[in-house]
Design a protein around this ligand. Structure first.
Ligand SMILES: *Cc1c(COP(=O)(O)O)cnc(C)c1O
Length: 370
């Protein structure tokens, strides 16, 4: 019996000629911060309808540098959600700042605006990181309003939400800064690590260009503290340029799979993604069930890979030694024990999604749970 993989880099990269961009870079003998990087930054900014894109080495660096750009420093607090894989927390801790955790909305599993309002009041954070989890745009318009009233900048974590939009407005264009990862499994993925920050603010863009390269103002002149070496290389930029024109089609393909799953599972005692519109790019297709672990095992026995994003809430990670700051996070904690991600990626064949559907229905039939 063949297996249904959780993700396939071969299938996800099918239909794009990646040899040509690689050959182009090889022929140029220029590997770091060159014309491919400049062109990708321009093309990605154009795609997102924002003014500036500053590429970096990965998505976690993108969040860290974005926080530094808006002035977050050691000892500050930053509001983040606790169900998003600890990436935001990693960036906050790297600076020496402290994450304060905000619970999520039960329907989208993205930051709850009401809970954010309470956290702003209680903790006075210096910035807010909003994660568009699983490819679902958060309640970002409302969050921006609340944050603006409090005078606190919003950083969007768009690592799972390339191309997600409401109306004409893309994930990454709402907040002060939008952060992206181009890790190979993301909706726009490189052949290695990569990341970017987008913004309309020229001053922040300039600061980010300094921060990603040792804090330099010009070569060998160090102007600001907190700099590091975090650059996208020419090869990855060339590959991303070749893939960007396919992003919308790939997102449609992901959403089609999600649509099929949602329809098939409508009568089951599971909770499905809340949106199938343009504000959801189906980076992950996540259902929620009390019987998560049993279902996952049942699927594994039938050759279907399912994963958990994410099993441990940030505030309960042992690194905090029990000292994380948070109001109660009941929705987050329930989510961590019930979420299950099913295969959903471009190139996943119709028969394979049918197999996933059949197996999930089979589980609830057999177990008499429906
Ligand atoms: C992947 C991811 C990141 C981190 O990106 P890297 O490039 O792996 O550092 C950050 N946030 C979210 C939500 C992610 O899924």
């Amino acid at each position: 019996m063949s297996t249904v993989p959780f993700f396939s880099p071969r299938l996800a990269n099918a239909g794009v000629d990646l040899h040509e961009p690689v050959r182009r870079v090889l022929a140029s003998y220029w590997y770091v911060l060159g014309s491919e990087v400049l062109a990708f930054e321009r093309e990605y900014a154009e795609y997102l309808k924002v003014r500036h894109c500053v590429s970096v080495a990965n998505g976690t660096d993108a969040i860290e540098l974005a926080l530094r750009a808006v002035g977050v420093a050691a000892g500050d607090r930053v509001a983040v959600t606790a169900n998003a894989g600890f990436y935001g927390s990693t960036a906050v801790l790297k600076i020496g700042a402290a994450p304060v955790y905000v619970d999520v909305d039960a329907s989208t599993l993205t930051m709850s605006c009401d809970q954010l309002q309470r956290a702003l009041h209680t903790y006075s954070p210096k910035a807010i990181v909003v994660t568009h989890l699983y490819g679902q745009l958060a309640d970002i318009e409302k969050i921006i309003k609340v944050a603006t009233d409090a005078g606190v900048p919003v950083i969007e974590d768009c690592a799972q939400a390339h191309g997600a939009k409401r109306g004409d407005r893309f994930a990454g264009s709402y907040g002060a800064l939008g952060c992206f990862s181009f890790y190979p499994t993301k909706n726009l993925g490189a052949l290695g690590d990569g990341g970017a920050i987008v913004t309309d603010n020229e001053e922040w863009a300039g600061r980010l260009r300094q921060l990603r390269q040792y804090g330099w103002s010009t070569k060998y002149h160090v102007a600001i503290n907190g700099g590091c070496n975090s650059r996208l290389d020419e090869l990855q930029a060339a590959v991303l340029r070749a893939k960007l024109p396919q992003l919308d089609a790939w997102n449609d393909e992901r959403r089609d799979i999600a649509r099929r799953y949602n329809a098939a599972f409508a009568h089951l005692p599971v909770r499905c993604p809340s949106s199938l519109g343009s504000d959801y790019v189906a980076h992950l297709y996540v259902i929620r069930t009390e019987r998560r672990d049993e279902l996952r095992q049942f699927l594994a026995q039938r050759g279907i890979a399912a994963e958990v994003h994410y099993p441990v809430a940030d505030h309960l990670q042992t690194v905090h030694d029990g000292g994380a700051e948070a109001n109660a996070l009941p929705v987050t904690e329930t989510a961590c024990s019930t979420v299950l991600s099913l295969p959903c990626f471009p190139g996943l064949a119709r028969e394979e999604t049918e197999r996933v559907v059949g197996a999930v229905l089979g589980y609830f039939d057999e177990a008499g749970h429906s």
